[in-house]
Design a protein around this ligand. Structure first.
Ligand SMILES: NC(=O)c1ccc[n+]([C@@H]2O[C@H](COP(=O)([O-])OP(=O)(O)OC[C@H]3O[C@@H](n4cnc5c(N)ncnc54)[C@H](O)[C@@H]3O)[C@@H](O)[C@H]2O)c1
Length: 369
């Protein structure tokens, strides 16, 4: 992620220093950037001169002391709190007191990272999506320690880079990685109940639901090991709220080494000779699958607004710009009709008696007035 973020900063005219403990990673970042920019020149997105200028703005170093004159440092190192603490504490001894210190963490709290700083008013989450140069969304996450000035500076800077920013509370999964959980979790649950197979669920979500990728194809793309670990960490961070319960099916796939595309096999087989399973293409079943997953996603979007994680506009923006949903979930709910969404959730809740399906209070209030 670090090299992608450095590319975005340099493309926006900033002198940028990419620091990594591992020289090989720096070499790789430098040669990868050369290839990426060469492709942009080929496609006439940038000129050959611009390529040279962008490359000239990035320097590579294994020494954090080179951050001395930076106005902003965005950390994107290994996802381990103790390592981040060491790095932030050291960084503070190098940079000026005005320098904003940001983290690109996906799963750690910004408050916990900031606790290693003497001047914690300058800590902020600046969460890019992968690949950073292509994905428009950036979540901006002020911690309880963050000053208004640090938030303003970070937001206006990233807005100025042409990114779509959303501001969200320092809560597990921020917006996207929280609201998107049922896309995976409910699809897995539908499979586990024997309602439909992977191919049929993916067909329903793409052909009827209009999503770019089905949940199982997407999990295979992200990697079942990575996606399972995120689900587990969000589940634990929410004090084991059953809404976020991980699935045995995904766990077994990860344990078996069926990670997805990168290992050649996941929910689907990616060997060249493999015959792909055919979906059932049953419209009635497909609609049922879409209604169930979509109502769970909408419930989660309502919960994010209800719990003040972000504004309704930002929740919708986050899902369309961060994970390419065909529509914002709240706008989609209005289109479907809130009564219908609530009815679907209440039906699941009464049938299963599981807390996982409890309809959000804000949704209920909107329907009942
Ligand atoms: N991969 C994603 O899709 C994604 C998306 C958004 C956010 N993130 C977050 O970005 C961060 C990095 O993720 P990644 O996938 O790029 O990880 P990665 O493992 O690919 O890269 C981490 C890099 O940090 C370097 N590093 C480790 N310890 C260091 C230290 N003490 N000082 C300097 N460099 C150090 C490593 O050598 C490595 O090159 C994590 O916090 C992750 O949660 C990742």
């Amino acid at each position: 992620m670090g090299s992608g973020i450095a590319q975005v900063a340099a493309q926006n005219g900033h002198e940028t220093i990419l620091v990594d403990v591992n020289q090989d990673m720096l070499n790789k970042a430098e040669s990868d950037l050369d290839k990426v920019l060469a492709r942009l020149v080929e496609k006439e997105k940038i000129s050959a001169d611009e390529k040279i200028n962008i490359q000239g703005r990035i320097s590579y170093s294994t020494d954090m002391a080179d951050f001395k004159n930076c106005g902003l440092v965005i950390e994107a190192i290994v996802e381990k709190l103790e390592v981040k603490h060491q790095v932030f504490a050291k960084m503070e001894t190098i940079v000026s007191n005005e320098c904003i210190l940001a983290s690109n963490t996906s799963s750690l709290s910004i408050a916990s990272i900031g606790s290693s700083l003497k001047n914690a008013e300058r800590i902020i989450g600046i969460h890019f999506f992968n690949p950073a140069p292509l994905m428009p969304l950036v979540e901006i996450i002020p911690a309880v320690q963050t000053s208004e000035a640090s938030l303003k500076m970070a937001k206006s800077l990233i807005d100025g880079w042409g990114k779509t920013t959303v501001v969200c509370k320092d809560t597990p999964g921020f917006i996207v990685n929280r609201v998107a959980r049922p896309f995976y979790g409910e699809a897995l649950r539908i499979y586990e109940e024997g309602i439909a197979d992977f191919a049929t669920i993916d067909w329903a979500m793409t052909e009827i639901g209009g999503f770019k990728m089905g949940p199982f194809t997407l999990m295979d793309y992200i990697g079942n090991d990575v996606n399972y670990a995120v689900t587990e960490s969000v589940f634990a961070a929410f004090y084991y709220d059953p809404r976020f319960k991980p699935s045995f099916t995904q766990r077994r796939h990860a344990e078996a080494g069926f990670f997805g595309r990168k290992s050649g096999r996941g929910f689907f087989n990616y060997a060249e000779s493999a015959i792909q399973p055919e979906p059932m293409k049953d419209e009635v079943l497909g609609q049922k699958i879409v209604d169930r997953i979509l109502s769970m996603l909408i419930n989660e979007a309502f919960d994010a607004v209800f719990m003040q994680v972000a504004s309704p506009e930002d929740v919708d923006k986050a899902m369309t710009k961060g994970v390419n949903y065909p529509k914002g979930l709240l706008a989609w709910a209005d289109e479907i009709g809130l009564e219908k969404v609530l009815f679907q959730l209440e039906d699941l809740f009464s049938e299963y008696g599981e807390d996982r399906y409890r309809p959000n209070a804000m949704l209920k209030r909107k329907v009942r007035g």
